[in-house]
Design a protein. Structure first.
Length: 149
């Protein structure tokens, strides 16, 4: 993230960061992350692209800021639980549509929960616990933990 959130923020910076974060969450409720563009984010948040790039490198950087922002929210337990429920549901959908899972000796429900919980564990360790971990390392850890199934 380009903006140093460790220093005292101005009201304008707080408002701008909050606007981008709220816009990202709103857009994520309407479409997949891959479909969201920086241009759309800026248009919906009513900021020029230059302002976006004053604060963030790209939409992935904004998404990381959003996750970090959630951890500072007093309702994080509820939000994390809701996100976990959402992830478990999406994994169940994926496994029910996957023909390969028919050959598994483990019920689809357990596989879905295992994959989503492992993904959340890696995310929680890297982001919430502020580990010095690159995206590549996180992906490698995930591949190692779920690669044997």
């Amino acid at each position: 993230m380009k903006y140093n959130t460790n220093k005292k923020m101005t009201r304008g910076a707080k408002r701008t960061l909050n606007d981008f974060m709220c816009t990202m969450f709103t857009m994520l409720s309407e479409k997949n992350f891959e479909e969201i563009t920086v241009g759309e984010l800026c248009k919906c948040a009513n900021y020029p692209r230059a302002t976006f790039y004053n604060y963030f490198d790209d939409k992935f950087d904004l998404l990381n800021y959003c996750w970090i922002g959630l951890t500072h929210n007093s309702e994080i337990g509820y939000m994390f639980s809701s996100f976990q429920t959402f992830m478990n549901g999406k994994m169940r959908e994926l496994f029910h549509s996957c023909t390969m899972s028919e050959k598994m000796l483990i019920p689809k429900e357990i596989l879905a929960n295992h994959y989503s919980n492992t993904l959340l564990l890696i995310w929680q360790w890297c982001i919430l616990k502020n580990q010095d971990c690159t995206k590549e390392q996180a992906c490698a850890y995930l591949r190692y933990l779920v690669g044997n199934l």
